[in-house]
Design a protein around this ligand. Structure first.
Ligand code: FAD
Length: 577
């Protein structure tokens, strides 16, 4: 076993982790970033459409309009103190990104180019869509991630790539680091830190059809749950309306932002029946349910569960300059040139609104409410501040990672000076090592891949876009069966170096626990709000459910708790688009 010591340990090298690492290292700290994959392979690389900031480069815009849209988009479940702060800081953060070298697309006069995205409008939702998404063609994630990575190298951040973090090291006084398994060397490493940040991304790989990378298995949230700490609003899983059918790869909302139409089998622009004013640029939960309803009513294309996304009316120049990756994906995978024929699309699992409860300085909340867990922080998609509430607006996530990643980095830099190294919890380390040893030494009686596929398939069927009591209960039973099957996993006889089966087994454990947290939250919430749509409770119920879900796990038993939503300015109202 090898032990490393750093002031600040950051788990995750996506936009959130690297933004934090940059700030803490720039302030002079010894920072280490641990990642399952090489940093520029983190899922942030896949972000396409843009990053939100009310710069007003194309037409007048204001952070207050962005704030209103984010509140309404969240179906009033977001915390408005965090949402207001986010929309204000997004503006400076966009210029920060420009100054560190992010190569944004430009207007004729050299300013950052912006485009429309669903849910972003002018005049407190009363005006037309506003161009608020700062773009770099259709590869915003790539340019943000590469630029931040370059800056981290410049400030001498230490990188531990291809290390999978397996456990948090926590005792009564706080968090003092993490345990990890090095994939190449095939052994356990201890990372001892004054402060630890989780920036491990989302869990949309729990579903069969997903836009997410294979690594998005929710490990950080899984570790938090296992450590006895709560998760917040896990039942809110975002399905993106337009995944390339049948694979589910993302066709960015930027395509509709540039003027794309959604068409059913009758050739009708059906959004006029669901969101007459905002049409294809209504928020994702609304567009998703519209597509699902068209398919259910038998108006899918050629009887298949998909509709058409049509951009044949856009110019060849716009498609090639603004949407080059989308064009390439449609040609390579579906054999369709989008200038000539519409693209077949269907909803696909995309984003986790819920996560590890934190305050606006990214400190993890041990009770989910006010009490801070010393030494432990979370930022990015794995955290829940909560700015997205029940439904995230497109382009708000990469900006959330940049805004709150930087806040975490700056806050940790301040605290690190006066935080000492806590002693390592020897008993926990021993138990962690034994858990890995048991997996490696048991003979195989069930396959990891089989359990994972059953989990993904059943979550999609029973806890997908449309949910109801009976199916959710069935899913809870089925999860118990899958957890029993997990006990029979064994990896005996496999080499310890580059043992990807071990990585998959560790990930699967988290996925099963998170699956149960999602289903339990969804079963308890007897209303429909944002992305959580109960066909047996179709209305939003502010009287009983204007509150955040907290879920705890102790020795495999789950406990639910709730906390109020912070409302500072905009009172809940009916959502019409
Ligand atoms: C296809 C796609 C397109 C998108 N487009 C947009 C867009 O246009 N605009 C927008 O705002 N948002 C978009 N999003 C959402 C956005 O990209 C993500 O929410 C955001 O980038 C997440 O960043 P992150 O830093 O939180 O985590 P990630 O980028 O997911 O990184 C997670 C990191 O954690 C590490 N990690 C995880 N578990 C472990 C472990 N156990 N041990 C060690 N390391 C671990 C991984 O190696 C990785 O480095 C898109 C998402 C997808 C999937």
């Amino acid at each position: 076993m090898i032990t490393h010591k750093h002031d600040i340990i950051i788990v995750g090298a996506g936009i959130a982790g690297l933004a934090a690492a940059f700030e803490a290292a720039q302030a002079g700290h010894d920072v280490a970033v641990i990642s399952k994959v090489f940093p520029t392979r983190s899922h942030s690389i896949a972000a396409q459409g843009g990053t939100a900031a009310a710069l007003g480069n194309m037409e007048p815009d204001s952070w207050e309009w962005h704030f209103y849209d984010t509140v309404k988009g969240s179906d009033f479940l977001g915390d408005q103190d965090a949402q207001a702060l986010f929309c204000q800081e997004a503006i400076d953060t966009a210029y920060f990104l420009e100054h560190i070298g992010v190569p944004f697309s430009r207007t004729e006069d050299g300013r950052i180019l912006q485009r429309c995205f669903g849910g972003h409008y002018s005049k407190f939702g009363q005006g037309p869509p506003v161009r608020r998404a700062c773009l770099a063609a259709d590869r915003i994630g790539q340019v943000m991630l590469h630029t931040l990575f370059g800056q981290c190298l410049r400030y001498k951040v230490n990188f531990y790539n291809e290390f999978i973090v397996t456990h948090l090291l926590i005792h009564d006084e706080g968090c003092c680091g993490v345990m990890a398994w090095e994939l190449v060397g095939g052994e356990t490493h201890i990372f001892h830190a004054r402060l630890t940040l989780l920036a491990t991304g989302g869990y949309a790989r729990l579903f069969k059809v997903s836009t997410n990378s294979a690594i998005n298995t929710g490990d950080g949230m899984g570790m938090v749950l296992r450590a006895g700490l709560p998760l917040e609003d896990m039942e809110f899983v975002q399905f993106h309306p337009t995944g390339l059918y049948p694979w589910g790869f993302l066709i960015s909302e930027g395509v509709r932002g540039e003027g794309g139409y959604l068409i059913n089998a009758d050739g009708e622009r059906f959004m006029k029946r669901y969101a007459p004013a905002k049409m294809e640029l209504a928020p994702r939960d609304v567009v998703c349910r519209a597509i699902q309803s068209e398919i259910k009513a038998g108006r899918g294309i050629e009887g298949k569960p998909c509709v058409h996304l049509d951009i044949t009316h856009l110019s060849e120049k716009t498609i090639k300059e603004r949407l080059p990756q989308i064009r390439e994906m449609a040609i390579k995978f579906a054999g369709i040139d989008p200038k000539k024929r519409p693209i077949p699309v269907a909803p696909t699992a995309h984003y986790s609104m819920g996560g590890i409860p934190v305050n606006v300085d990214c400190e993890v909340l041990a009770d989910g409410k006010k009490t801070v867990m010393p030494g432990l922080f979370a930022a990015g998609e794995c955290a829940c501040v909560s700015i997205h509430g029940a439904n995230r607006l497109g382009t708000n996530s990469t900006m959330e990672c940049a805004v709150f990643g930087r806040r975490a980095g700056k806050h940790m830099a301040k605290l690190a000076k006066r935080t000492s190294f806590l002693p390592l919890p020897e008993r926990q380390i021993k138990a962690g090592c034994e858990e890995i040893k048991a997996l490696l030494n048991h003979p195989a009686r069930t396959s990891v891949a089989e359990i994972r596929e059953s989990l993904q398939e059943s979550m999609t069927r029973n806890c997908g876009i449309l949910r109801e009591k009976r199916q959710l209960e069935q899913q809870l039973d089925f999860l118990r069966t899958l957890k029993r099957a997990y006990q029979k996993i064994g990896l005996k006889g496999l080499p310890s170096s580059y043992n990807l089966a071990l990585q998959e087994a560790i990930e699967l454990k988290h996925m099963l626990n998170l699956g149960e947290a999602i289903v339990r939250g969804a079963l308890a919430r007897t209303e429909s709000r944002g992305a959580h749509c109960r066909t047996d409770f179709p209305k939003r119920d502010d009287k009983n459910w204007l509150k955040h879900t907290l879920i705890f796990m102790k020795e495999r038993e789950y406990r639910l708790d709730y906390k109020p939503v912070i409302i500072t300015k905009f009172q809940p109202e009916e959502r019409r688009f």
